[in-house]
Structure formats: structure tokens, C-alpha cells
Design a binder for this molecule. Structure first.
Ligand code: NDP
Length: 449
């Protein structure tokens, strides 16, 4: 395993996020390799850390003033052992190969845990959609798809949304794909409802995360009723995580964006949440405006010079990081535990740094890692694909109840795998091992390809 990490460091220097994600998984699967020596003989680790295919392309587009811009597009097709490649697209200035590879790697195990047949991929661009007009967004999406369409398809690779890619962007991407291929197929998920989208897909990642948290609490005969919750982010995942916490009687006291966070001691209610959805999804404003609308709340500007985020330093029972990778640092983890947090459940991908993860692992709190806890989004994307194939639309209750069953099953799978391999109660070990075993068994069945 050391050899593999050394190789990554030497071959791909600077891919810090990718190495972090690989290290986290490899740290858990040693007992599996010890039990099944054939895995080592077949070099499954060496194979699983190497993407099947990486596509990097130029994305030229013109802004409203007639100025030409060039961005870089990516699609990392990591592993298709258990199904066609599947994973979101991210439009954010921080996008680079290391981020794409870490997200695609995580996606392989996450998709494996959902019980559905989907391989892992991720893509996106360093394009910054913030402040861009609808026309600019459309032109960018069209240019992006003018290359991506060659590499994807409903049986090959089915992208979805992620940071900066919501229903609007999926619409423009789909329109261009349809024009280029002259076919109406379920090649993207997260589509609008009236042309092939699934009910409950927008809610799925957040709702799924809270269902997973509820299952974790159940193991200690607890629930979310009356619990104070810290939530970060204010995008898709944060909004629907908050909504489900409210449904289950919890109190959400924080939300954030990259500029800062709000603290609302009284807690969000349905009206305030509607305002956040309007502010973020339609007005595309800043979370600071929440504090302007509700003056009894406080706004704190982000300070990049700090070694911690004060959002995580409020008294609370539960924490739901739903914004960005590595947003929870070592000091944040300490602050959470000192402030009484008993459960951390990750809506965002890999939001805890390795040092923060060590603190959570050494404590007695319930810690739900992202590849298990936020798998609800891709699970409902899988259900969207199934509905597209059948040309059917399931009612919201049906999709929601399937989502709940899938999250309960992921939770139990994690606990079972952790128990079987001598790490009882560790959701990190359980998620990594269960996701890994299914994928490598499929790789072995399919020979050296
Ligand atoms: P959105 O684009 O809808 O929202 C992202 C949120 O994170 C925004 O509030 C954004 O603020 C904030 N944010 C971005 N950068 C930073 C930063 N550097 N520091 C603090 N906050 C930041 O994305 P999603 O809600 O879809 O995604 C959130 C997380 O969930 C990501 O990690 C994503 O990979 C993960 N995820 C999403 C899934 C989905 O179905 N959408 C599925 C599984 C995982 P701002 O507006 O200022 O940029």
C-alpha cells in the first residue's frame, strides 16, 4: 500500500486531494487483502487507483460583451466494473485533475454501496458560473457538451449535477446533447420534471443524508427531535438536509456560503427555508442577505487566515457539513466535540481533513462518512435512469420510500462489513470495505481489462 501511495506521489505530484482519498480507502481495506490473497495477486489496488480513462478538453466560449474565454473541461471515467460510468459535473474555479480524480474515486465506492449497478466517474470545468448571465451559462454548457457528447451515452457514462451544476445547467447540456446525437435518451440525470427528471432527485442527497443520520442515532436509541444542528453550505445539499432535519423535529441554526455564515439561534423554519431557496436558486444571492432579512440573526464573514471555521464552534448536538471538501479542519473537529456534538454526518464529499477524521475516529461520536451518507443523490439518479428506460414516472412517495430503504440498507451494509472485518461500529471502515469488495469481485470476474 505504501508502494501505491509512493507511486501516486511520484507519477502525479501535486494530486493532493486524490492521494488523500486513496489513502483513506487503502487504510481500511488491509484486512480484506489479508483474507483474500487473490486480490493482491490480481493487483486490484494498482488497478483501482488508475482511471479507466481521463478526458481533458478545451472549452471556448464568448461572454455577453463579445470577449472570448477558454476553460478546461474534464471527465474522469474511473471504474465501470459494476455498471456504466456515473457521477456529477462540477463547475467551479477550483476544478483541476486532482479534484476530479478524488471525486471519481470516491464515486466508485459510493455507487457500489447504493446496491444499484453504476460505475464511478466525475467531470466538470474550472469555469466560474458566479455572476454570469443565463446566456453566458448556456453558451458555456453548449461548448462543454460539444466535446463531452463523444464520450458519454445512456449505456456508457451518465453525468449529473454537482457544485455549480443544477437543473438550469443540466437543461442546457441536455439540449446540446440531443441536438448533436439526434436522440432523446436518459444521458444525464437531474433533469427537469417535465422532460424526464425524477421526483425527489433535487431533495435526494440532503434527505438521504438525514435518513442516514437517523439510522446512526437509532443505534443509540436516539433521534433528531429537538436536536440542535449545525449545517454548512446553502446550496442543494444544505437546503434539503435542513428541510429533512426540520421535518424530523430538529433545529438548524447555521447556513453558509463561501463568503461567510449565518447563525440563527431560533432556528430555521419552513418560511425561512423557502427564502433561502429563493435567495440561492433564483436570485443567486449571498447568505449574508438572510441576516439582512432576519435581523435577529448574526452574519460572520469568512476569514481565510483562521485555522478553523467559527461556524463549527457553536453549541450543538449534530453537525452536517454540506459545502466543500476539507471544510472541517482539525480545530473544527475539536471544537465540535468540546461543544457537545455527538453526530457528524457528511453531505459534502470528503469535507473532513485527515486530521479532523482522526479526531472523530478517536472519539465516541457517530461519524457518517460522505461516501455512505451522501449516496442518496446518486441512488435517486439511478432510479431516474430506471424510470427513463421504462418511460415511466414514479410518484414522489414511491421514490422517497425507495430512497429511505436504500439509505437504511447502506447503513446496515456499513455496520455489517465493519463488524465482519474487526472494526465494529466504524462507518468509515464499513463503507470503504463494502464498496471495495463488490467492485473488486466484479473486476476479477471480468478478467484483466
Ligand atoms: P451547490 O453548488 O448547490 O452548493 C455549494 C455550496 O457550498 C454553496 O453554498 C457554496 O457557496 C458553498 N461553497 C462553495 N465553496 C465553498 C468554500 N470554499 N467554502 C465554503 N462554502 C463553499 O452544490 P451542492 O449542494 O450540490 O454540493 C455541495 C457538496 O455536496 C459538494 O461537496 C458536492 O460534491 C456534494 N454532493 C452533492 C450532490 C448533489 O446531488 N448535488 C451529491 C453528493 C455530494 P457559494 O455560493 O459561495 O459558492
Amino acid at each position: 500500500m505504501d508502494e501505491i501511495l509512493k507511486n501516486i506521489k511520484e507519477k502525479d505530484p501535486g494530486e493532493i486531494e486524490f492521494k488523500q482519498a486513496v489513502e483513506e480507502v487503502l487504510g481500511s481495506v488491509k484486512p480484506v487483502l489479508d483474507r483474500y490473497p487473490e486480490y493482491r495477486r490480481a493487483a486490484v489496488l494498482e488497478r483501482i487507483v488508475e482511471p479507466e480513462r481521463v478526458i481533458i478538453f478545451r472549452v471556448p466560449w464568448m461572454d455577453d460583451e463579445g470577449q472570448v474565454h477558454v476553460n478546461r473541461g474534464f471527465r474522469v471515467e474511473m471504474n465501470s466494473a459494476i455498471g456504466p460510468f456515473k457521477g456529477g459535473l462540477r463547475f467551479h474555479p477550483s476544478v483541476k485533475l486532482s479534484i476530479m480524480k478524488f471525486l471519481a474515486f470516491e464515486q466508485v465506492f459510493k455507487n457500489s454501496l447504493t446496491t444499484l449497478g453504476m460505475g464511478g466517474a466525475k467531470g466538470g470545468s474550472d469555469f466560474n458560473p458566479k455572476g454570469r448571465s443565463d446566456h453566458e451559462i448556456m453558451r458555456f454548457c453548449q461548448s462543454f457538451m460539444a466535446e463531452l457528447f463523444r464520450h458519454i451515452g445512456p449505456h456508457t457514462d451518465i453525468p449529473a449535477g454537482d457544485i455549480g451544476v443544477g437543473t438550469r445547467e443540466i437543461g442546457y447540456l441536455f439540449g446540446m446533447y440531443k441536438k448533436l446525437k439526434n436522440e432523446f435518451t436518459g444521458v444525464l440525470t437531474g433533469k427537469s420534471l417535465n422532460w424526464g427528471g425524477s421526483l425527489v432527485r433535487p431533495e435526494a442527497t440532503g434527505y438521504g443524508c438525514v435518513y442516514f443520520a437517523s439510522e446512526m442515532l437509532k443505534t443509540r436509541n436516539q433521534n433528531l427531535e429537538g436536536r440542535t444542528c449545525l449545517v454548512s453550505g446553502s446550496g442543494n445539499v444544505a437546503q434539503y438536509t435542513s428541510e429533512k432535519i426540520l421535518h424530523l423535529g430538529g433545529r438548524v441554526v447555521t447556513l453558509s456560503d463561501s463568503s461567510g455564515y449565518v447563525y440563527d439561534a431560533q432556528g430555521l423554519d419552513a418560511d425561512k427555508l423557502e427564502f433561502v431557496k429563493y435567495l440561492k436558486n433564483i436570485k443567486r444571492g449571498r447568505i449574508e442577505q438572510y441576516a439582512e432579512k432576519y435581523p435577529e440573526t448574526s452574519y460572520f464573514q469568512a476569514d481565510p487566515g483562521l485555522d478553523h471555521n467559527p461556524l463549527w464552534n457553536h453549541k450543538a448536538d449534530c453537525a452536517f457539513p454540506c459545502a466543500f471538501e476539507n471544510e472541517v479542519q482539525q480545530q473544527d473537529a475539536r471544537n465540535m466535540i468540546n461543544n457537545g456534538v455527538q453526530l457528524v454526518c457528511e453531505g459534502a464529499n470528503m469535507p473532513a481533513t485527515p486530521e479532523a477524521l482522526d479526531i472523530f475516529s478517536d472519539s465516541n461520536i457517530l461519524y457518517g462518512p460522505s461516501k455512505a451518507a451522501n449516496a442518496g443523490g446518486v441512488a435517486v439518479s439511478g432510479l431516474e435512469m430506471a424510470q427513463n428506460s421504462m418511460r415511466l414516472n414514479w410518484p414522489a412517495e414511491e421514490v422517497n420510500s425507495r430512497l429511505k430503504i436504500i439509505m437504511q440498507s447502506i447503513h446496515q451494509t456499513c455496520l455489517n462489513a465493519a463488524e465482519e472485518y474487526g472494526e465494529p461500529g466504524s462507518y468509515v471502515a464499513g463503507a470503504n470495505i463494502a464498496g471495495f469488495v463488490k467492485v473488486v469481485n466484479a473486476m476479477l470476474d471480468q478478467g484483466l481489462v
